[in-house]
Design a protein around this ligand. Structure first.
Ligand code: NAP
Length: 313
């Protein structure tokens, strides 16, 4: 007979780990499945300067390690496995991990976050890991004194581009329109930077190069207004066009919005299935901040605790 857990948390970014702190303190003995990227997206960022309580800033990996330690201190159990199957149609819920181990859960907190989007070009897929990346903080270091291209026009793209100026000789931003979506502050900062060039109204047609030691050698772009194409030489190609929520496992049972984010009941973390709660980026297309993710993680644990209490009474 499988052990039945009061609370299983899927995903270990700031939302999941905060749910673990609150769940553990409430005596729910949470088990947290850390998934493919333990600590979540923040482990690929450098300094976080807007998380309250760290006036000097803190690195992403360090912040996540501190939150994990805090959760463990109250007894949360962390499991370094991926969840590959979830049965939400029967109660208690049944969860399968990547080694085919099954777990029973009285409540589930989903905090699987979001992942970077790619353009979907064949050449981009072929050169992933050979100059194509979606994480400047992970891979920027490899492009010291090289030409770098960044695709996108939002805050992520400009943040990545500005970060990459620490390494690259030049950083060219390719954006499909003639105005950035990013905040005015970030836009001005990028436009003024001496290493940054901007190609407006342009889309990437092909990433050039060969997998292996050659890697990325350039990118062919097309101006959408003039239809003119040109080739820009570069060694690093960074895609920063947003994220998609990691909801593949739940799409059959949970209500999702048109972009795939889990819909929660207004002002709560409750989903359309009683006993299943969602927090962090997987249900938040708007704010996507570490502090808001942590806040909804706290809410999810409290919602689950209340729900379990109501069920038992
Ligand atoms: P975003 O705001 O959705 O921007 C995505 C950008 O990529 C847009 O400029 C979009 O172009 C472009 N894009 C999307 N699909 C594309 C495609 N297939 N081909 C070419 N370009 C494409 O995403 P984000 O930059 O990741 O930001 C998401 C949220 O996080 C925002 O609310 C942002 O403010 C926040 N954020 C904040 C910070 C910060 O405060 N430091 C840092 C990062 C992110 P269009 O403009 O034409 O749609």
């Amino acid at each position: 007979m499988k052990k039945q857990h009061k609370m299983i948390i899927i995903g270990s970014g700031p939302a999941g780990l905060t749910a673990a702190i609150y769940g553990a303190r409430a005596g729910l003995d949470p088990v947290i499945f850390e998934g493919p990227e333990p600590g979540g997206q923040l482990t690929t960022t450098t300094d976080i300067e807007n998380f309250p309580g760290f006036p000097e800033g803190i690195s992403g990996p360090e912040l996540m390690e501190k939150i994990r330690e805090q959760a463990k201190r109250f007894g949360a159990e962390s499991v370094m496995r991926m969840i590959t199957g979830v049965d939400l149609c029967h109660y208690p819920f049944r969860i399968l991990d990547d080694e085919e181990n099954a777990y029973l859960a009285e409540s589930i907190v989903i905090s699987t976050g979001a992942s970077a989007k790619y353009l979907g070009l064949e050449s981009e897929q072929k050169l992933k890991g050979f100059g194509v990346s979606a994480c400047a903080t992970c891979d920027g270091f490899f492009y010291k004194d090289k030409d770098i291209v960044v695709v996108g026009g939002g805050d992520s793209a400009l943040e990545e581009a500005l970060y990459l100026t620490h390494f690259g000789k030049t950083v060219t931003i390719i954006h499909r329109r003639d105005a950035f979506r990013a905040s005015a502050f970030m836009s001005e900062k990028a436009k003024k930077h001496e290493k940054i060039r901007i190609k407006w109204d342009s889309v990437v047609e092909e990433v050039l190069g060969e997998p292996g030691p050659t890697g990325v050698t350039g990118v062919r772009i097309r101006n959408v207004k003039t239809a003119k194409t040109e080739t820009l030489p570069c060694s690093g190609f960074f895609v920063a066009i947003g994220h998609h929520p990691n909801t593949e496992l739940f799409k059959e049972n949970l209500h999702l919005d048109d972009k795939g984010y889990i819909i929660t009941k207004s002002g709560t973390t409750r989903t359309n299935i009683e006993g299943v709660f969602a927090c962090g980026d997987v249900q938040d297309p708007d704010y996507r901040q570490a502090v808001t993710a942590a806040g909804t993680g706290c809410m999810a644990a409290m919602d689950a605790e209340r729900w379990l209490g109501e069920k038992e009474s």
